[in-house]
Design a protein around this ligand. Sequence first.
Ligand SMILES: [Mg+2]
Length: 393
Amino acid sequence: MKIEKVDIVVVGAPWRELTIIELTTDTGLTGLGEVRMVNKTDTLIAAIEELAARYVIGMDPANLTRLAWQIQVGEYGLPGEVGQSALAAFDMACWDILGKELNVPIWKLLGGKFRDRVPAYANGWYQGDRDPKIIQKLAKGVVEKGYRGLKIDPFGAASAEISRSERKRALTILEAVREAVGPDVQIFLEMHGRFTGAAARAVARDVIDVEPGWLEEPVTPTDITSLRSVRQSTHLPIASGERMHEAHDLRPFIEEGLVDIYQIDLTHAGGITGLQQLVGWTNAYNVLLAPHNVCGPIGTAAALHFSVACPNFMILEHFNDFADPWVFDIVAGAPRIDPADGCFAAPTAAGLGVTLNREECSKHPRTGGRLALFSEGWEKRTNVENYTEGKQS
Ligand SMILES: [Mg+2]
């Protein structure tokens, strides 16, 4: 079996563009891949086109570690965000083809079923003004949909430093969320790598009584010295990894024990194959994987298959119930949260289990949508042109 064709479809939302590829084999099988690379869709498309012509057309879709070597090592340049995202799109689509060929869901090829139910947490739900009452109401809506976990970045446009009054405002928002969701729903605190070590330590102290399930990227994710200082100042778990692209990126953090939960995004880290290769290593260090996932239904399906099979999995991120509700319709078979327990069920269909609906995709052309996380109003996830102030240049 050989890959004969690579198609690219981009679906646009106000704040994100979902790059979808469909591979077709000489036996007539097709496979889907999806990547949302932050703010650089044109770059991703160019990389997919360039690498597809060089390595993917004519390849056997089973030869995934060879494909990874060609893109990560054979290309000589270091594996990073762009190459690892393009590789992820190919890799995901090849796993879809392999599952279809063998007539099994992908998780059966990843070690089999470790769990029947895959817990998820909601993101993208706080699209309102940074007012505790407004956010509290939105948080209640998350729990009403069945979620037992949710994530929030209450820090507005803060960058490096944060004023005392803004820290207080963030804490008031978090306390309102805790009051809304009760003691047993997990609140994950997103910091988007905003802070200096000193600012992050101050925030970590502020939020102790809210008992967040983790502090996510408290400082720039490559700043080991500052992260160490945060680590030493708090008992709260530290999460990081959505901007790590390959095994070497994790190494200093794993070896020093600086991160409790690795949020590796398979769409930024070489696909299912790339993430699967981290399972044994992270497990040996007794740390957890909670995959970052900002994809539509195709990338979510890929993360779901991984999560079913992964022994040291913690929880899966999910945006699609709160951002762009039409996004479920771009495929048949989109994974959905069960409102009874806030979990996904293990998929049963062959491959990824989703089929592209090109007509629905065509209703949502490219928008140029992107995030500007250090501008006021980014939480509303409208088009970046609508942000009120502090536009990034
Ligand atoms: Mg994050």
